[in-house]
Design a protein around this ligand. Structure first.
Ligand code: ATP
Ligand code: TYD
Length: 256
């Protein structure tokens, strides 16, 4: 497959056309940003860790009946994906109170949310991604009521699968963000599931294992990403892991 023209450059990924119809290439760059782009850096190898973890999760979800955009890894940073018409929603699933939900509402940090809370933001940087509700989503024609119901059902299924998978590696899935898109009329999971889009806590120590290390200068970001990527991608022994994920390189073996 040949990479063709650049379609879009986001904050951490670039999207390219290919010579294959309906297939795009997503490149995970080494850029990292936080606070609405207010904090920015480039960290060597970061893109490959997030790409590897995303590929691993997408393969695992596919094996468990979730339709994702993932096709294959092309190298450490680039994955071939189904071209989707993206739905501009950030679908956040929360199992424990942390981050903006603690800043904006009277939740105590770390308190369990049972059942999990789904929060959906409008993906629009110029408006600073305001929170939506079901009526607004339908009124703005971002999704039909049926699609919205489906998106929430898929998000909760993904949550159950990932909570279980990560628990086996001693990791708590605190919260995470998903993006969905359509190909014809089918809804697929798109974008990424990585240390940039999840909040992960070590079950024993409570230590942050995600982008909060960068946001709040909690330590060596790349050492954390390397370690957590290795922990997550060795999970296949514990569950029906994906064939495709095995083709992505193991972070621990990287020497550069
Ligand atoms: P944010 O960081 O808030 O997610 P961004 O747009 O800057 O926003 P990037 O991850 O850097 O995010 O860019 C990747 C872009 O590619 C996003 O706009 C995402 O919605 C889009 N995208 C992801 N998967 C697909 C896909 N399968 N088809 C088309 N576009 C996709
Ligand atoms: P949230 O607590 O709303 O934001 P913040 O981390 O700024 O306090 O984030 C909840 C989860 O969703 C967290 O794991 C990060 C992820 N997320 C993204 O990946 N992108 C986003 O634009 C947002 C708002 C959240």
């Amino acid at each position: 497959m040949k990479q063709k023209k650049l379609l879009y450059t986001g904050k951490a990924k670039s999207v390219y056309r290919t010579d294959a119809k309906g297939t795009l290439i997503v490149e995970f760059r080494d850029d990292i940003t936080a606070f609405d782009g207010g904090k920015k850096d480039t960290l060597k190898n970061k893109g490959s860790y997030n790409a590897g973890v995303s590929a691993f999760f997408f393969s695992y979800l596919e094996k468990n009946g979730v339709k994702t955009h993932f096709l294959e890894m092309l190298d450490e940073n680039r994955m071939a994906v189904r071209e989707l018409s993206m739905i501009p929603l950030e679908v956040i699933v929360r199992n424990f109170a942390a981050g903006s939900i603690v800043r904006n509402y009277p939740f105590v940090e770390g308190s369990p949310l049972k059942p999990p809370v789904i929060v959906i933001d409008y993906k629009d940087d110029s408006r600073h991604d305001p929170m939506l509700n079901d009526e607004l989503i339908v009124a703005l024609k971002l999704a039909t009521p049926t699609e919205l119901k489906k998106i929430k059902t898929i998000a909760l299924k993904i949550n159950t699968l990932l909570v279980g998978l990560l628990a086996k590696e001693g990791i708590t899935l605190v919260d995470f963000k998903l993006e969905f898109g359509r190909q014809n009329k089918t809804i697929y999971l798109g974008d990424e599931i990585s240390m940039d889009s999840m909040r992960l806590w070590d079950k024993k120590t409570g230590e942050s294992l995600d982008k909060d290390v960068y946001r709040f200068n909690k330590g060596d970001v790349m050492a954390t990403y390397n370690r957590v990527a290795a922990r997550i991608t060795r999970a296949p022994k514990t569950a029906s892991a994906g064939k495709k994920a095995k083709s992505s390189k193991k972070p621990e073996k990287r020497t550069r």
